[in-house]
Design a protein around this ligand. Structure first.
Ligand SMILES: C[S@@+](CC[C@H](N)C(=O)[O-])C[C@H]1O[C@@H](n2cnc3c(N)ncnc32)[C@H](O)[C@@H]1O
Length: 255
């Protein structure tokens, strides 16, 4: 299959060893792990923007969501469809070739909206409009998961990333909008976003999911609609109740 010049990620998704692998980012996996313990409504809907070759889409579909995967890479979406079929979740995944800036996101519609490193692939002047559509498309119990590359990334044209000697990603040229410190968090706490932050982190991490080893600077956000206090988050899932003290002694005395 030949590489259309318009698809920057064609080679990465066309390889036998498909870029980004099958494991979602650790932060998304942690969310899915907690969320799935709470059971899932059979009709739960998720939107994966900039879905790539589908590591997040597939994890969501395998967790029971009906997922719409949007990307400008037709090859990436083909890989998603192939893998979804292979894993027996083809009926829960629909793919849509579209620029996220043009994709119409229905208001108040999705249970989960994901954007794993896509807001940084659109120019800064468009990213905020895409963000507004994303948060607007969340339902009352909606969950938002967003990752972006930050100016800490060694591929960043500005400090501190540009002063970092760590290796840069093979796909760094596709990142046109490195987020500044706190930028993603500040969007999330704007009143019009109507979100409550459950988890926010800015960090450096090594990436072994494609090409030669390289480092990334990331901001990672997990948020819910304000007013929503999901029982799957934190206590008791992350901090399970301990057995009462001396329960072992009590049990043994009953034997
Ligand atoms: C770094 S990859 C991440 C893929 C996937 N989210 C993951 O984490 O495995 C960025 C993806 O965003 C897509 N992308 C970039 N600009 C886009 C746009 N304007 N509209 C839709 N997708 C876009 C690329 O084709 C690519 O698949």
């Amino acid at each position: 299959m030949s590489n259309p010049t318009s698809d920057f990620f064609f080679d990465a998704y066309n390889r036998d060893e498909i870029a980004y692998g099958l494991t979602p980012s650790a932060s998304l996996a942690a969310f899915l792990d907690q969320f799935s313990r709470d059971g899932l409504d059979g009709g739960a809907r998720a939107l994966d923007l900039g879905a790539g070759a589908g590591r997040d889409t597939l994890a969501m579909a395998r967790a029971g969501f009906h997922v719409t995967s949007v990307d400008i890479s037709e090859r990436g979406l083909q890989r998603i469809a192939e893998r979804a079929k292979e894993f027996g979740v083809g009926d829960r995944v629909s793919t849509k070739v579209s620029d996220v800036r043009q994709f119409q996101m229905p208001a108040n519609h999705y249970d989960v909206v994901i954007g794993t490193t896509v807001l940084d692939h659109v120019p800064a002047e468009d990213a905020k409009a895409v963000w507004s559509s994303m948060v607007g498309s969340l339902g009352d119990r909606g969950v938002l998961f967003v990752e972006v590359h930050t100016t800490e990334d060694p591929g960043s044209p500005v400090a501190p990333g540009c002063d970092n000697d760590a290796p840069v990603s093979e796909t760094a040229d596709a990142v046109v909008n490195y987020f500044s410190p706190n930028q993603l968090a500040s969007w999330a706490i704007e009143p019009e976003s109507k979100l409550r932050i459950l988890n926010y982190e800015e960090r450096l991490e090594w990436d072994y999911t494609h090409g030669a080893e390289h480092m990334h600077g990331k901001a990672i956000l997990l948020a819910v609609r304000s007013g929503y206090h999901p029982k799957w988050y934190g206590q008791p899932a992350a901090f399970p109740r301990q057995p009462p003290p001396h329960s072992h002694d009590n049990n043994s005395s009953r034997v």
